[in-house]
Design a protein around this ligand. Structure first.
Ligand code: CU
Length: 172
């Protein structure tokens, strides 16, 4: 009976550790970069086997498509400019990561988020190889930027203009 209890405890404990290790998740409180703007959003990020699953909800902006990227610095100052350029650890050209892959897209290239007639929009995507905890593709602490225009996937960064929303990938 005692042995059973010890084994059960070990099993339960290791199961708990594994679930913590795989359940790393983060959130972004997306806020307007300019006073008077109504843009806001929540972006949830979760480590999954393939990489990082992103679920973004944005509201308070006119219908249309808006460039949506992970940028290299975890700062939203200076109307979002402090976030720096796209997260691009491989120094490659701009594209759409899920379509063009790591040879032809920045690791932070999430494409566009589409806003509907009610002023809200959602984006769900899985960014392969990205992490919230380790390695070259760790995006924890970096910024998510919502641009003022559509990302047309032109070079060098998609012609998406200024930055209307910004938030840092942080602990939930
Ligand atoms: Cu961007």
């Amino acid at each position: 009976m005692k042995l059973f209890r010890v084994l059960f405890f070990l099993f339960a404990y290791s199961g708990f550790s594994v679930s913590i290790a795989f359940a790393k998740s983060s959130a972004v409180d997306l806020k307007a970069t300019k006073a008077g703007s109504t843009v806001s959003g929540i972006v949830r990020l979760e480590e999954v086997l393939e990489g990082v699953k992103v679920s973004a909800d944005v509201k308070g902006i006119l219908p249309g498509k808006y460039g949506f990227h992970i940028h290299e610095n975890g700062s939203c100052g200076d109307e979002g400019k402090a976030a720096g350029g796209h997260f691009n650890p491989d120094s490659v050209s701009h594209g759409l990561l899920t379509k063009d892959g790591f040879a032809h897209a920045h690791a932070g290239d999430m494409g566009n988020i589409e806003i509907g007639p009610d002023g809200t929009g959602k984006l769900e995507t899985i960014l392969p190889k990205l992490s919230l905890s380790e390695g070259n593709y760790n995006v924890f602490g970096k910024a998510v930027i919502l641009h003022e225009k559509e990302d047309d996937f032109g070079q060098p960064t998609g012609n998406a203009g200024g930055r209307v929303g910004c938030g840092v990938i942080s602990e939930e």
